[in-house]
Design a binder for this molecule. Structure first.
Ligand code: ADP
Length: 350
């Protein structure tokens, strides 16, 4: 499914690169015409400077002066002729340029309509595919959980490993399906927030309880640093999802024995959560990209835990949820040293 979604994304890129080529050609044409226009203007300016001198009255004298007068008159006529030609050319250039601009504008409008249509198709496709996959995946995951937990009888020893692997991958697929549903809901504005005063320290404590076993598998320490903070005006389930995603990422991208800090306090009349880890970090060039969909900037070899990889939708969803609350999320990182995500959320107004 990730592959299909990625192909959609690639096809969108292809359309946009075609449209970019059209725009570039129109732009090049406009630049050429602009240069011709500037050249014509320069010539007119030069001729206009010469014209007064040429048309200045010459004292009536005989002999050589008469000849000079005739030459000047001829030069003036030639200059006038050239000026008329240039004016005609200039009109032509202006008309051409106006036509080219109108053409590229309507081309751009057509491309935009097409891009909108493709984008809607992509979102619809993701939504339908995810809905269709959710029910069977829930059943597959449920049965595999029962089998692995031995609730449907003992598994023959040689089946334990393959069935555990099946279960792990089924969970991974289920998470991907859920992420895809979240993305389609966010993109179509169908995420309804159930806002109520909620406690960020409580959410952080719950996430730590849930993820401590995962961090424990890598001998990592989860350290809460909880300061004074008033209740947040938010949907606690959705905020939980964001915090859980950030901490799960820290576990995933931090080596054995690493440290993960969850720092909660107030900042500029907002609640602030910082999730800090001393993991592999994110290269500066990739830091802006990680909030885009399918943005796995690290190759699989960097994934230092057994937790299932995902399609790179987690931070895109997290940003969508935080922004829906009227909050912000940003990252600060140094490769090989640390990563810190900062989330700011609005407080309940007093
Ligand atoms: P994924 O589920 O693939 O981790 P996310 O959207 O949650 O997707 O994250 C996008 C990418 O950002 C990740 O693939 C990873 O490369 C990078 N990333 C996220 N969190 C961290 C972190 N704490 N340390 C290093 N890299 C991170």
């Amino acid at each position: 499914m990730a592959k299909v979604a990625k192909e959609r994304s690639t096809s969108r890129k292809r359309v946009s690169s075609k449209s970019a080529a059209g725009e570039a050609a129109a732009e090049a044409r406009a630049v050429r015409l602009e240069a011709e226009l500037a050249e014509a203007r320069r010539t007119i300016a030069a001729l206009s400077a010469v014209a007064p001198a040429l048309s200045a009255p010459v004292a009536p004298v005989g002999g050589g002066a008469q000849k000079e007068l005739e030459e000047k008159t001829a030069a003036l006529e030639a200059a006038n002729h050239e000026l008329r030609n240039l004016t005609t050319n200039l009109d032509q250039v202006v008309r051409q340029r106006t036509r080219a601009l109108a053409e590229s504008e309507s081309q751009l409008r057509r491309k935009n309509v097409e891009l909108d249509r493709l984008n809607r198709m992509k979102t619809e496709f993701i939504s339908i595919a995810a809905h269709e996959l959710r029910t069977p995946m829930t059943s597959v995951v449920g049965y595999l959980d029962l089998i692995v937990e031995g609730r449907l009888g003992d598994l023959p020893p040689d089946l334990r490993r393959p069935v555990s692997s099946l279960r792990r991958n089924a969970h991974r697929l289920k998470r991907l399906v859920e992420d895809m549903l979240d993305v389609s809901r966010l993109e179509t504005g169908r995420v309804a927030l159930h806002r109520a005063p909620c406690s960020l320290p409580d959410i952080v404590a719950a996430v730590i309880d849930e993820l401590r076993p995962l961090a424990g598998q890598k001998h990592q320490t989860l350290i809460p640093e909880i300061g004074d903070v008033a209740p947040v005006d938010g949907d606690s389930d959705k905020i939980h999802q964001v915090v859980s995603n950030l901490v799960a990422n820290s576990v995933k991208y931090t080596a054995e024995g690493g440290e993960i800090r969850l720092i909660v306090d107030s900042h500029a009349d907002q609640a602030r959560l910082r999730v800090w880890d001393n993991g592999i970090g994110i290269p500066p060039a990739q830091q802006a990209r990680i909030f885009e969909p399918f943005s796995d900037v690290h190759t699989a070899k960097h994934h230092t835990s057994n937790s299932p990889d995902s399609a790179g939708l987690g931070l895109y969803i997290a940003r969508g949820i935080v922004e829906l609350h009227g909050g912000t999320i940003r990252v600060d990182s140094e490769e090989g040293r640390y990563t810190e995500f900062t989330v700011l959320l609005p407080l309940v107004s007093s």
